[in-house]
Write a protein that binds this ligand. Sequence first.
Ligand SMILES: O=C(O)CCC(=O)C(=O)O
Ligand SMILES: [Fe+2]
Length: 276
Amino acid sequence: MVPDIDTYLFDLRGYVILRGALSADEVGRMNAILDELPRVEPGEWYGHLHAHTYGTKDGYNYQQIYEAGEPFEELIDHPSWIEHIKLFVGGEGTFDYHHGPLFIDECFANFRAPGEAIGLHSGGHPPIHRNQFRYHSGRFMCGQVNVLMALTDIGAGDGATMVIPGSHKSNFAHPHAAEHRMKPEGATVEGTEGAVEVHLQAGDAVIFVDGISHGSARRANAGERRIVVQRYGPSWGNFRHGYAPSPQLLQRLTPARRQIVQPQPLLVREPQRKQD
Ligand SMILES: O=C(O)CCC(=O)C(=O)O
Ligand SMILES: [Fe+2]
């Protein structure tokens, strides 16, 4: 079900672009919800959403965005990418599937204002289990595969995601990484040799292995860039930030979606009552 060209490009470059992954209606419904959200201070909760920043002048996040309503719930197992994700994370028919196919360990909406950018990160130096790219014995085994969806058009000057194609397989750190990497005072990937901007129209998505060297350009244009990111890994993963899905969300999800959000409910034995 995954076009051969997508498999080829994901393996070769570490990312693949899905044009028109979301319809104008889907994008519109999500933007309408995001328009209504107050920008509470990072660290504060708004319902089951958590306002957050990575602390590097890269924008404002609403974490746990699958709590924001049905249009966001539909992203959990969206037909435009779910088969790609299953293929690239891998594990079908093995112990990795013991608790289902996948787990989302982080999902958020990001709002990027003029002057903001995220510096270069990932890229195998140091090597990290969680986000590694791996292909072994005829199957992909990637630790973390991201879907980054554009909710606004993202072109030149808009603070686009940047990637170094092929860097998921690199055996060397980029020699100029220090200049461009994430820092509290901010950084941009622009000017990093080998890095390219990923330009997207609203509704397009880019699937990338988190182990690729990536970051973004600095937003120069007025207005704001809006994206949603969902990170998928094997079903035995754990939450990146320690959030837990709300009981209300779990109750209203379809079984297939619930399996991805909470592969395994945690069991605790009731304390034994002392017999009188
Ligand atoms: O903001 C961006 O364009 C890049 C986001 C990013 O680094 C990620 O989703 O892992
Ligand atoms: Fe990233």
